[in-house]
Ligand binder design. Structure first.
Ligand SMILES: *Cc1c(COP(=O)(O)O)cnc(C)c1O
Ligand SMILES: [Zn+2]
Length: 536
């Protein structure tokens, strides 16, 4: 291993922990490895190692194994987002489930490597500034390593997160101010006490640890790189590390390309994305972040910005901002459609990806990996709004009133019939409607059967596919419109087929709405359904 200074390119062997270039004093150092040698050893070694981030240990800057501080972080699942992918018309949509790390966020990779390096350097005490998750991770790993941690937390961090840091035995200092101010206070404290200060994005351990996300994704895809890696960004170490990871894999001949990098930031604190849009060489700092998502509130990205800018340009990636509301909506959607509850900072990546899909940046055939960077526990109150809980008082004895109250728990009143021969589409639509809780949903997969069912027992609304074997959707629609009793039932046509102009014109007259598969969101569908049921 060698260290190389990004400022002056000076390179020297990595013999001990260093933070500055001895020649120019530059504080952004990269680690250089003998990739050819590693490649040869990996052929033999990887087969026998457990699936944790330390299986790639040859490409991590720790000198001796005995210093490793681990809770078997990394090795997280790469989940196929079937429902979401279907809804968005992006079948190769994957979620890197970083929630499944020991303390619930991808910061555990950083903590495991950084605290191992700290132990190797003989540190017994250190200082960190954080918006929450870094402090939680560092506190947990410092507990295992026997290192005293001083954690400076920005006051906007959720109280639950602060308590968790304290639980691990760290000293918690809550700083009223922005994250950038919190970092300054921590730096002053470290300096006065002569303590080691974690250097965030400038820390080589932080960036190097994130490479393991790239290694895992490539291995999980059968040693292939995806077309996109998308992440919500605050300080930027994730995408910078992931990019370096793919660079190393390509140099080793293990993948043949580098994914496009998608950088998503919260609208109320998006110095990287905004500076990128303006074509600036250095970031324009956001002095007063205006987002409720504390994790994403880095106002001054410092040296990360020019690096990210170059990476996104070089890879043909994209940057996007999302509002807090878009983020909460995405958070709710991921939970309802994929069973994944994630913290807002993680959901922001998805909200951004939805926008990149809608704008056509991400094409239908592309393989997309989105980082679900952290778990939400407990669920943030902003995401749910009102009325998400039923309260019932158990009666002392069975009573009529209690049974009525129980019945009223189920607010479903409207009956929906789905007519579609594609079981995936039926599952998706059913799921969207179920998550609203106000519809009874039935499904049939044939046109003739649908007509028979509708005649016997007319539903309140029909969701109709066009292409089916036997009697197709056009014929069902004709038959309904010809029947005096049934012609007023609203029909929403859902089709995967591209329509000819005259077909579209005819459908417009007969159907309440036409939704093209892969083009509508759950909200579109629900809105059209409700409008059809309650015409104004
Ligand atoms: C830290 C963090 C981010 C942002 O990561 P960076 O790569 O450092 O910008 C996103 N999501 C969660 C959950 C985080 O903890
Ligand atoms: Zn230098």
């Amino acid at each position: 291993m060698w260290l190389r200074c990004a400022a002056c390119s000076h390179q020297w062997p990595y013999l001990r922990f260093e933070v500055r270039c001895p020649r120019c004093g530059g504080d952004w150092l990269d680690v250089i490895y003998d990739l050819e040698a590693v490649r040869q050893r990996w052929d033999r070694l990887l087969r026998h190692r457990p699936f944790t981030m330390w299986r790639y240990r040859e490409l991590l800057p720790l000198r001796q194994d005995l210093h490793i501080v681990t809770m078997e972080e990394g090795g997280t699942p790469l989940l196929r987002a079937e429902n979401l992918g279907l809804m968005l018309g992006r079948p190769r949509l994957y979620i890197k489930d970083e929630r499944q790390n020991p303390t619930g966020s991808f910061k555990d990779r950083q903590a495991s490597l950084a605290i191992s390096v700290a132990r190797e350097a003989g540190l017994q005490e250190m200082v960190v500034a954080s918006t929450g998750n870094v402090a939680i991770s560092y506190a947990a790993y410092c507990a295992r390593a026997g290192i005293q941690l001083w954690a400076f937390l920005v006051s906007s961090a959720p109280a639950d997160k602060m308590r968790e840091v304290a639980l691990y035995g760290a000293e918690v200092i809550k700083v009223t101010g922005t994250y950038d101010q919190t970092k300054q206070v921590a730096a002053q404290f470290a300096e006065r006490r002569g303590l080691f200060l974690d250097r965030g994005i400038r820390s080589l351990a932080a960036r190097e640890s994130m490479k393991t996300i790239a290694f895992e994704i490539a291995e999980q895809l059968g040693w292939r790189a995806p077309d996109w890696y998308i992440q919500a960004v605050s300080g930027g170490m994730g995408p910078i590390g992931v990019w370096k990871g793919f660079q190393e894999l390509r140099a080793m001949g293990l993948v043949d390309r580098i994914p496009r990098i998608g950088v998503i930031q919260a609208e109320g604190c998006a110095p990287i994305v905004e500076s990128f849009r303006l074509g600036l060489e250095q970031a324009r700092v956001v002095r007063t972040p205006r987002t409720r998502i504390a994790t994403l509130a880095t106002g001054d990205p410092g040296p990360a910005y020019p690096v990210l800018r170059r990476i996104v340009q070089e890879t043909g990636g994209a940057m996007e901002t999302v509002s807090d509301e878009e983020t909460y909506r995405a958070m709710h959607l991921l939970a309802k459609m994929e069973g994944l509850s994630m913290e807002p900072a993680a959901a922001a990546a998805f909200a951004g990806a939805f926008k990149l899909i809608a704008s056509g940046h991400i094409r239908p055939e592309e393989t997309v990996v989105i980082n679900a960077s952290g778990h939400t526990f407990p669920v943030e109150k902003f995401a749910l709004g009102e009325g998400w809980v039923y309260t019932l008082e158990a009666p002392a004895a069975p009573s009529e009133g209690f049974l009525i109250a129980l019945d009223q728990l189920d607010p479903r009143s409207r009956r929906v019939l789905i007519v579609d021969d594609d079981p995936d589409a039926v599952r998706l639509i059913r799921r969207i409607l179920q998550s609203r809780g106000t519809f009874y949903v039935e499904a049939v997969d044939r046109g003739d059967e649908a007509l028979e069912r509708i005649r016997r027992d007319p539903p309140d609304v029909i969701l109709l596919d066009l292409m089916m074997p036997g009697m197709d959707g056009f014929a069902v629609l004709e038959a309904l419109k010809a029947d005096e009793r049934l012609r007023r039932i609203p029909v929403l046509v859902i089709t995967a087929r591209s329509l000819a102009p005259e077909e579209r014109a005819r459908l417009r007259q007969q159907a309440y709405a036409v939704l093209e598969k892969g083009m509508f969101t759950d909200e579109n569908l629900i809105e059209d359904m409700l409008a059809a049921l309650h015409p104004s």
